[in-house]
Write a protein that binds this ligand. Structure first.
Ligand SMILES: Cc1ncc(COP(=O)(O)O)c(C=O)c1O
Length: 384
């Protein structure tokens, strides 16, 4: 048998491999300067404390930490999340990563052809997931201009705090405007917020969930406040939605990883999370500042970039005509990696943009990386 096509479901042709993961298969990032990827810094992981966290969990919970758990999540962790967020337990579901939270939204809300409204650019992993459910995409601006042309909108997917890839934060007015739009258009809002805790300047803006709890599914992640390897996140949503998520989760994985949840509970309730978060924020703030400084010094005029108040990314726009995707292999040969910005646009446009990550690269490598990047950009612009 060679052709298995006839066995696959009608969903499979819509599956989209992650272009970033495909791209990075070709590259050994340890051999070049990489501002690509979106990894947290390993310096923020509790490598030194992990042995004591594990032994505390084993002393307290023993075999229970290795057993199947309830579908919603272990009660200790659910309780701690409620304490910190002010949510009621029936409005919480622990997810096996926030990527799963995104995928579950696709699974419970989307029929083929339903429309998801997005910012442009938006998170690639969400485009990938919603596309698997055969959703169509429209931008929020398209909806504002002509709601009637947008088909059946089920939800708007937004990253209001330090977006991936834009680094942008929605103001309170923008959040309120989105809530009004959702109420008038009768759609839900999926508020994806894995970076919210990583603010380096300015003050917190209320979550969209706090403005419109009846319409908002709020997604959170432990990946950037603990470690991504545990694959843990959570969802805050109206009770009726959580009940459907709960049934969906039974079919997906029965329960979120129990051992990891106890580790996360220990991490949160012992105060370690808060202490570590302050250190992580200081590190990331300093890396962001170095990157912004170096871009200011090195980049040719005509290039612009965002100034994120938090998160892990800076988004760069080059003059029209530059093509960061077409030039990608040459960038790698020049010793520098970024993520082509067009990956984050649902119509693959804006080929003159790129996403830069500042969390993973060592601080002392940012300067040399930007020098290489700027030289490469000048070459793309034909001005070297
Ligand atoms: C906006 C956004 N949502 C969700 C995720 C997935 O996070 P997790 O590791 O919790 O699956 C990421 C990861 O980079 C992200 O940038």
């Amino acid at each position: 048998m060679e052709d298995y096509g006839r066995f696959f479901s009608d969903d499979v042709p819509a599956f989209m491999p992650s272009p970033t993961r495909e791209l990075f298969k070709k590259v050994d990032i340890s051999k070049i300067y990489s501002l690509a990827g979106g990894f947290p810094s390993p310096d923020t992981f509790p490598t030194g404390e992990m042995a004591s966290i594990v032994s505390e969990v084993m002393e307290t919970y023993g075999a229970k930490a290795m057993q199947y758990g309830g579908t919603q999540g272990v009660p200790e962790l659910v309780g701690e999340i409620c304490r910190r967020t002010g949510e009621a337990p029936q409005c919480i579901q622990v997810t096996t990563s926030s990527q799963q939270g995104i995928d579950v939204c696709g699974r419970i809300f989307l029929n083929p052809g339903d429309v998801v409204l997005t910012e442009n650019p938006t998170y690639l992993g969400a485009i990938q997931s919603f596309r698997d459910y055969r959703a169509s995409f429209r931008t929020l601006d398209e909806f504002r201009a002509d709601p009637g042309s947008c088909g059946k909108v089920k939800f708007a997917y937004v990253i209001p705090d330090f977006g991936n890839p834009s680094g942008a934060t929605m103001t309170l007015e923008q959040r309120q405007e989105l809530v009004d739009l959702a109420r008038r258009g009768d759609f839900l809002i999926v508020e994806d917020s894995p970076y919210r805790a990583l603010r380096y300047e300015g003050t917190d803006v209320p979550t969209i969930r706090s403005l419109a709890p009846e319409r908002t599914v709020h997604l959170c992640s432990f990946s950037k406040i603990f470690a991504p390897a545990f694959r843990l996140g959570w969802m805050e949503a109206p009770e009726e939605i959580i009940q459907k998520v709960y049934i969906c989760k039974q079919a997906l994985d029965l329960c979120p990883p129990v051992f990891d949840q106890y580790l996360a509970f220990n991490w949160m309730s012992s105060g370690r999370l808060d202490t570590n978060l302050e250190k992580a924020k200081a590190l990331y703030r300093s890396k962001r500042d170095i990157l912004l400084d170096e871009l200011g010094k090195e980049m040719p005029s005509g290039a612009t970039w965002t100034h994120p108040q938090g998160g892990l990314f800076i988004f760069v726009t080059l003059p029209e005509g530059c093509d960061t995707l077409a030039m990608y292999d040459q960038a790698i040969s020049s010793g520098i990696a970024y993520v082509p910005g067009s990956f984050f646009f649902t119509d693959a446009s804006h080929r003159n943009t790129m996403r830069l990550n500042f969390s993973y690269i060592d601080s002392d490598k940012i300067g040399p990386a930007v020098k290489l990047l700027a030289a490469f950009v000048r070459k793309m612009m034909g001005t070297d």
